[in-house]
Design a protein around this ligand. Sequence first.
Ligand code: ATP
Length: 364
Amino acid sequence: MSLEFLTIKNFRNIESLSFSPIEGINLIYGENGSGKTSLLESIYYLSHGKSFRTSKHKNIIKKQQSKFIIHGKKSVNDLSIPVGISKNLLGESSLKIQGKSSQKVSDLAQLIPVQLITPESYSLFFGGPKERRKFLDFGLFHVEHQFFSLWQSFNKILKQRNALLKQKPKNYYDEIRFWDKEFVRLSVSINNLRLSYINKFKQQFFDKICVDLDLVKDLSLEFNSGWKTTNELTDILSENFERDLKQGFTSRGPHKADFSFSIDGISVENYLSRGQLKLLLYALKVTQNSLIETETNKQSILLIDDLPSELGQDTRGKVGKILAQCDSQIFITAIESDSISAVVEPMKRKLEMFHVKHGKLITN
Ligand SMILES: Nc1ncnc2c1ncn2[C@@H]1O[C@H](COP(=O)(O)OP(=O)(O)OP(=O)(O)O)[C@@H](O)[C@H]1O
């Protein structure tokens, strides 16, 4: 169930590169600016249909070239499924799965669950709720089949509701009241799926992934649905109607959901050190991948950019113990090939090293 082959053309500083990753740990190492992150970025692009570094496709296409191409083969139950994506300077994309053109990036995403950890990822704890919702919904997208279509339908209605609140056309009050029935129905369904996912997540996190991690001893995880669920959402929408009308958007609902971690009532971002927050982040991502793996039978992929950055030897060992808890195919970048030995040692998985220089793989 891993990515068994990858070809990249005209992506950042990579003119043409092909390689066969292994199912275990793939270490991509090389000097600053050699193309390590670009390689990870291409795998991320193949699954998400976008970059994690920029929203401008022109930045990604190799200078003086007209388009990039990423092609991969994913093994699924003894089948090798070819997948590919390309984009040109005009922003036109082409997406293929098993030789057939597709319009939906979500088909690619379903096939290849890819999560990313970068040195900046711990901002998940500091940033706004949007990032945390994205994290949660990534798991739901893979684990709960109905989630994606419910979420799409909900967003259509939310957009419509917000437009009515902003523009206030004739009869807007009756129209909003009409749409609110569906708004509430979808909100409750989405919230139920999220609650059930959070419960599974908590179990996996506390009872499996973090059993030996002192860091989480007094940790608690709180989920906020986006409205006070002890009250009916219909009543809450009515109570907030005047305020929503003034603001021009809907202030309560599953689009406002969030989760937070605290230790003895203090939020983790105000309590833990940066290294500890990074460790917690690894635990969250690994929990998510291992849940996807147990619930769906898919092998997921974990991309880790610049793993050694800011982590001491002891913490690297703890990262290794956490990573050992999932069966994901792992891609790690580092400048020095020997800098991740403390991480790899407790994982007890096969390791293959790939040396990148000037956008090319070189054999030592
Ligand atoms: N569109 C592009 N065309 C050509 N080269 C590019 C393009 N975009 C970025 N580059 C260059 O690609 C190189 C590789 O960048 P990348 O971020 O992958 O390096 P890295 O090996 O991860 O480095 P570091 O260890 O410093 O993070 C850089 O020198 C960058 O300037």
